[in-house]
Write a protein that binds this ligand. Structure first.
Ligand SMILES: Cc1ncc(COP(=O)(O)O)c(C=O)c1O
Length: 337
């Protein structure tokens, strides 16, 4: 199907607009790009800030570190707040920096997939502080959007980015971002927003798509949204929370500790478990071979220290029971119990 065909263009425009309630953004615009989560992280950063802007990058895991790397790669001034991975983001420290330095914008990760920590409460507090200072808050919700609530309007989030391959249950090739009115206004005043990832090009050409969109994936995304709205967003978030509680119960039963320091900051879409006394890569390999289940290890500074079980999208309690039973059996063997 050609992407200039009328039927497709109608679907494309509708699908852009149907993303907005998932972002919790009534007064703004959502756009779809070909690419992955990193594409839209890149797009958000380059379109919002100039080289003379200082951006506060809150780094609490591998993906928030990526926002820092993107900031630096594009030659924007990066003021880094290194936080302890797996711990609560220190809001008081963020406030102190915003009170004493000239910061144009802040980047933070909603659901830090690398540690299993969700920064939702911190985002709500930081959003207020950033807005009061006249700055802009950019949030990475790549792994959580559609599985956990995002409310850009209420939480003072100016730009939020996500992608298809996590809670939207799609193959990786489609990404999306949402900007509120004030973010769009700022973008429009900036001269060098990039090219392929310039959000304004997508907004100006919204019912046409400026470049060939990932057509198959747009059909997939439309269907994901059908599934989500049929279930109901609030019900969907509640189901993900239940799955997380179930996974936490199973984790405790196996005698494993959580990687996040507090249960209150744990994610509803991925559970991070601390690796203590076993070789995590050997255990994951056996789980994949013997049970045909892939669970993730750690990246960066948490490599070898964490295993992560995802429970997003259509993962069921039965899937989790099967996974954790297999993990339990393998752990019992390797620990010699
Ligand atoms: C929170 C978060 N941000 C960003 C990314 C990067 O996305 P991608 O690999 O789609 O470029 C990921 C990928 O897992 C992620 O979980």
């Amino acid at each position: 199907m050609p992407h200039r065909e009328k039927g497709f263009l109608k679907l494309f425009k509708e699908t852009n607009d149907r993303l907005k309630p998932v972002f919790g953004c009534a007064d703004g615009e959502a756009i779809i790009l070909a690419g992955t989560g990193t594409t839209v992280m890149d797009a958000s950063l380059t379109s919002m800030f100039d080289p003379e802007d200082k951006v506060l990058n809150i780094v609490s895991g591998k993906f928030s570190e990526r926002y820092m790397e993107i900031t630096q790669a594009h030659g924007r001034q990066s003021r880094v707040l290194q936080c302890e991975w797996g711990a609560r983001v220190p809001v008081a420290k963020v406030k102190e920096i915003l009170d004493t330095e000239n910061i144009s914008g802040v980047t933070i990760c909603h659901n830090e997939t690398s540690t299993g920590v969700c920064n939702v409460n911190e985002i709500k507090e930081i959003g207020k502080i950033v807005r009061a200072k006249g700055g802009y808050l950019l949030v990475d919700a790549v792994s959580s959007l559609g599985g956990m609530e995002m409310n850009m309007d209420q939480w003072d989030v100016d730009v939020c980015v996500s992608a298809g391959q996590k809670c939207f249950m799609l193959p990786p090739i489609i990404a999306f971002m949402c900007m509120n009115r004030r973010a769009i206004e700022r973008m429009r005043t900036r001269k060098h927003r990039g090219y392929f990832t310039d959000p304004i090009a997508y907004l100006n050409d919204k019912d046409k798509a400026p470049y060939t969109p990932p057509i198959n994936a747009v059909f997939g995304l439309a269907e994901s949204l059908n599934i989500m709205y049929e279930e109901g967003l609030q019900k969907r978030y509640a189901r993900h929370h239940e799955m997380a509680l179930h996974c936490r119960d199973l984790t405790k039963k196996l005698g494993l500790r959580f990687y996040p320091k507090e249960e209150a900051i744990m994610s509803d879409v991925v559970t991070g478990m601390a690796v203590e006394g076993f070789d995590e890569s050997a255990v994951r390999k056996r789980l994949a071979e013997e049970y045909k289940v892939n669970i993730a290890g750690g990246q960066g500074q948490v490599k070898g220290k964490i295993i992560r079980v995802a429970h997003m999208g259509m993962v069921t309690k039965e899937n989790l029971d099967y996974t954790m039973q297999g993990l339990g059996k393998i752990l019992a063997e390797v620990r010699g119990k």
